[in-house]
Design a protein around this ligand. Structure first.
Ligand code: GTQ
Length: 350
């Protein structure tokens, strides 16, 4: 550059920006496009974790440290585009938790909400707010925000499940609290099945109130019930071209989603059924409960076997083809987006 030349427009601007920075100021016009993209561009990548790949490592961790030592013995499912952030999608944490026979994952509570989708083993229980529930394969189990919870395995097999938590959301709000119980296991005050009897039998107490605030009072939605409902519902109506036969887990007190920050649902795709592409603003974590299917997420095809987990980032086209009768468990931040007026979806032409 010629020393006598007038500064160019760009140089003048840069000189101006350099004086803004020390005052903790920045020019919006340089970042506006990134702040307001015309449509969402998820930082998360489509991905699939094969349970067959996870399982040997999970079992190895079972001999490396106790559930007691670990507090929670979990292999975190990290989105490959967000390594080190403990995120499966932009807003959802996912992990695979293992409890060996005889072990207890000690009681604690936290403001992040958790859900469990049971994958393997018999004899595990979760205790929530003074009541226990037995965890069976395919069950959807809820740990409401701020409810004491401990997990145990009284069977003879290792037990493993998918954990889903709203941790990234809570971190974003910087609103997380955590507390340890004064014992490994919490005091049990009600018999197993109490919540189901009161709230899950198409009947309600005269003054219905959830023990868990905005979260459903039912904390185990057994796969046997969910599966039967989906199969019967599919007999009465042709599966939807985009959503196949989908039912969501609901709060019986208001018919809304079961949890305040995470939505969960299950999709049944009869063998041979193929969905049309759709996309939505929520990034979805899915686990195949039963069957075999091929998931197309963005430009990638993933074969899903039982207990495999996959991620469809927000605003990314997804479609499925069932090789066998398939039951796909899904969760996302959809309910939070709906409450905030952000949720959108788009369906490809039929
Ligand atoms: O079971 O309470 O995967 O607190 C991560 C954090 C599970 C649990 C996780 C947790 C838990």
């Amino acid at each position: 550059m010629n020393a006598t030349a007038k500064p160019s427009g760009a140089e003048k601007r840069q000189e101006f920006y350099d004086r803004l920075a020390p005052q903790n100021l920045a020019p919006l016009w340089e970042v506006l496009r990134g702040l307001l993209p015309n449509e969402p561009r998820s930082k998360a990548a489509p991905h699939r974790w094969r349970y067959a790949d996870i399982r040997p490592l999970l079992m190895e961790s079972g001999h490396l440290l106790t559930a007691q030592e670990a507090e929670r013995r979990v292999l975190v499912l990290e989105n490959p585009a967000m390594a080190g952030m403990s995120r499966a999608t932009a807003t959802m944490y996912a992990g695979i938790q293992l409890i060996m026979p005889g072990e207890t994952a000690p009681a604690h509570r936290h403001t992040p909400s958790a859900l469990r989708f049971m994958l393997e083993g018999e004899g595990a229980f979760t205790a929530v707010g003074g009541e226990r529930t037995t965890m069976r394969r395919g069950d959807f189990i809820i740990t409401p925000a701020w409810a004491w919870h401990d997990h145990g395995n009284e069977g003879s097999d290792p037990c493993a499940w998918l954990d889903g938590l709203d941790l990234p959301l809570v971190q974003f709000f910087e609103a997380g609290f955590n507390e340890h119980y004064n014992d490994d296991r919490q005091t049990i005050t009600r018999p197993e099945g109490d919540a189901m009897a009161r709230f899950g039998s198409n009947m309600l107490p005269l003054k219905p109130e959830s023990r868990y605030g905005q979260t459903t009072p039912i904390f185990n939605y057994p796969f046997a019930q969910t599966r039967a409902a989906l199969v019967s519902a599919a007999e009465g109506e042709k599966p939807d071209p985009h959503e196949a036969m989908t039912l969501r887990y609901s709060n019986p007190l208001d018919g809304g989603w079961a949890m305040p920050t995470m939505s969960a649902w299950m999709t049944y795709l009869p063998a041979g059924f193929e969905t049309k592409p759709m996309r939505s603003t929520d990034g979805i974590v899915m686990a195949l409960a039963e069957g075999r299917l091929s998931a197309r997420i963005g430009e990638q095809d993933f074969a899903l076997e039982e207990s495999d987990v996959a991620v469809a980032p927000g605003w990314t086209w997804r479609s499925y083809r069932a090789e066998k009768d398939s039951f796909l468990f899904c969760f996302s931040d959809r309910v939070a987006q709906e409450k905030l007026g952000l949720y959108r979806e788009e369906r490809g032409r039929v």
